[in-house]
Design a protein around this ligand. Sequence first.
Ligand code: Z5A
Length: 223
Amino acid sequence: MTRSPEMTAGDRGRFITVEGSEGAGKSTHLATLVAHLEAHGIEVVSTREPGGTPLAEAIRDLLLARREEQLDALAELLLMFAGRAQHLACVIRPALAAGRWVVCDRFTDASFAYQGAGREMGQATVATLAELVHGDLHPDLTLYLDLPREVGLARARNRGELDRFEVEGAPFFDRVRQGYLDLASAEPGRIRTVDASGDLDSVRSEVLAAVDAFLARTLGQGA
Ligand code: Z5A
């Protein structure tokens, strides 16, 4: 049965993010998640980071392209947040203010995991930029799709050419995963960890169960 979210005009929409390492299935399950919310009568804006606006997508291209000149780790972090500021201003904030829900493939948790932990820039540097760019706005729910590095990389590598992140070595991806696990244990109320190593159906069921629990809490009714 389709249920109305029963949001008053003054309510902001909800902000859901999907995180995980390479090949965890974020894009695959994000589509299912959006369809599930829409079936509940919720208007959803589906977007991604890095990217989400034409200008932020141009920054994404800069970030992912492999080139001879090495991208400095601080420059990488600042580009992530430059794109995020643009994305927040043009897409995320207006949608939430209009009562739409925003479902985003990666957000600032990725900066903590990849730049803070993976590049070893430290969590404090990332937290300073997060406070500056969106100190007033945080995801209401984050689904973290967790899986062993080798499984995720094998899935991602099956798709063909590798981007600038995908060519990193095992220690980098181990630090990224540990970064995500640390975030999840620090914020268990917001971040729901989903075991993404199973088959597509079992991961999908876990994702939808987490979303249904969130809907029940948020809308004050069973979902
Ligand atoms: N990055 C960062 O460093 N800091 C930041 O702040 C942000 C990002 C925001 C690009 O992100 C890079 O940006 C990313 C981190 C960095 N690093 N890398 N690489 P992205 O999200 O666009 O790129 P990605 O992580 O590479 O996404 P992805 O590889 O497309 O992964 P995915 O979306 O999680 O997976 P998928 O496309 O849904 O699935 C991959 C394949 O696996 C596909 O063929 C599926 O059919 C298959 N799959 C998925 N689930 C399963 C299961 N359960 N069983 C079998 N096969 C499966």
